[in-house]
Design a protein. Structure first.
Length: 183
């Protein structure tokens, strides 16, 4: 895992100094430097303190890069043709044990004021409208034809920022079928 680089990236993006992190967490600057260069692995409680100082959810620091929000813009989709009729197939992401949902979000509405988390992975396709998707520190504006994916264990939220109802097709992957009862 590359937790240190993630911490350093967030800290720099937010213009927070190592000294400021140390002041809030009680950690030494030498220790923080070793954490950011991946020379030492902090405990979960230390990571929790660092996450609080950075104002990010702890699970976000633990995600591997491939588990974070991934965006596929409409013009960047991998496309192939299939079958004798040469059907055009747009690759949005694939998983197994999947549930598909069509969600309509009225203008100005969202999936909740506070980001939420649950088991599973999700892939979303914006069919119409303009939304903002948030997962931890990742925030992106998405339009019709854009898609995004994420590990749902990190708090996330989607908000319609457009003037029309946004329609999103969502595929949810769960390890076990009984986990779908939590949606």
């Amino acid at each position: 895992m590359d937790i240190g680089s993630t911490i350093r990236s967030i800290r720099k993006r937010k213009n927070i100094t190592i000294a400021q992190i140390c002041e809030q967490t009680g950690l030494s600057q030498g220790f923080m430097s070793q954490v950011e260069t991946n020379k030492t692995s902090p405990s979960i409680s230390t990571l929790e303190s660092i996450a609080q100082a950075l104002k990010v959810p702890l699970p976000y620091l633990l995600l591997r890069k491939e588990e974070r929000m991934q965006i596929v813009r409409a013009g960047e989709r991998q496309q192939t043709t299939s079958g004798p009729d040469r059907l055009k197939v747009s690759h949005l992401g694939q998983t197994q044990n999947m549930r598909m949902m069509l969600v309509e979000i009225p203008p100005g509405s969202s999936t909740g004021e506070v980001p939420h988390a649950h088991e599973g992975q999700e892939t979303h396709l914006v069919l119409s409208g303009t939304v903002v998707a948030e997962q931890g520190e990742d925030i992106a504006e998405l339009n019709e034809g854009d898609s995004f994916s994420w590990n749902a264990c990190t708090p996330h939220r989607v908000q319609n920022i457009g003037g029309e109802t946004a329609v999103i097709l969502i595929a949810v992957f769960r390890e076990r079928q009984e986990d779908f009862n939590m949606i």
